[in-house]
Design a protein. Structure first.
Length: 292
């Protein structure tokens, strides 16, 4: 079976998952909205003290906040932050996890024991508390670029998330390293790096992609939670979590301040999870596919 025919089968199985297809469309719309935030007639920090807590109107689709700022515009810019954090931290997480898992699973022995004990140690950390402590510590360092940096949030999330893909990839490599095609490649003089990258790793793409979608959803929720608690990206930068944090004080007076960012987080995470569900079915030839 050629790579082209295999790819066609994967796409065909994915498109049979109707909710996954709808989720792709929804995510494309959300990403397009975030990328098009610059076309908004308002600035995310533009204040209008004469119009605080204004209900949704044609001029302000999602209303205004306590400073008269346009909530729709702030949500669009906040979407940029959440999606960037989710995507980049996921790529970094997968890179670290795959590297550790591949080395551990392929070589085994003492290297596997050392890497897995390190992994187990990281798994024992209470994630949310460590995230808060690290965020606070890094921002106290005498470097201005750390004070309100998205990079800080990305690195912190990745540093505490790589363990799950590492364990997944390790288990896959332990199984695949004993397969005939690996033995044959070694007999022909293939090096370890080439076997890992070009022969074993391509057979792990499906589970890694599914793991990546779950990790991206987790990263978006984590960033929103950190910003909500005041330890994420700091004001005046607009983030969904920070908008929710401000809204909790005014939830009875201006409920739209909490509803819209909450809905955006829900839709984004739900779309990513359904895409992951579709990818899981698409890469698993033994799944019985039905119209969903």
């Amino acid at each position: 079976m050629t790579n082209r025919s295999l790819g066609s089968q994967i796409l065909r199985r994915f498109f049979k998952h109707r909710l996954a297809v709808v989720a792709v469309v929804m995510l494309v719309v959300l990403v397009s909205m975030a990328l098009g935030a610059s076309f908004s007639p308002y600035s995310p920090t533009q204040q209008d003290p004469a119009n605080p807590f204004k209900a949704p109107t044609a001029a302000h689709w999602f209303g205004t906040d306590e400073l008269g700022r346009d909530i729709f515009t702030r949500i669009l810019y906040g979407g940029r932050v959440s999606l960037i954090v989710g995507l980049v931290s996921t790529l970094l997480t997968i890179f670290l996890g795959v590297a550790v898992g591949a080395i551990s699973g392929y070589y085994g022995g003492w290297m596997d024991n050392v890497l897995m004990r390190i992994t187990d140690t990281f798994l024992t950390f209470p994630t949310i508390f460590v995230l808060i402590i690290l965020s606070s510590f890094l921002r106290e360092l005498p470097y201005p670029w750390l004070k309100n940096s998205v990079l800080v949030v990305i690195v912190i999330i990745a540093a505490l998330s790589w363990m799950w893909p590492a364990r997944l990839v390790r288990s896959l490599f332990i199984t695949l390293r004993e397969r005939e095609f690996v033995t044959a490649t070694k007999a022909l003089g293939g090096g370890d790096a080439g076997i890992i990258i070009w022969h074993i790793l391509p057979n792990c793409i499906g589970p890694i992609l599914v793991s990546g979608t779950l990790q991206m959803a987790f990263a978006i929720i984590t960033e929103s939670g950190l910003s909500y608690l005041g330890f994420g990206v700091q004001p005046p930068t607009a983030t969904w979590g920070a908008i929710l944090s401000t809204a909790q004080v005014h939830v009875y007076r201006a409920p739209w301040m909490a509803i819209y960012p909450g809905v955006m987080i829900f839709l984004t995470v739900m779309a990513i999870n359904y895409i992951g569900d579709g990818l899981r079915d698409a890469f698993d030839p033994y799944v019985v596919h039905t119209d969903k």
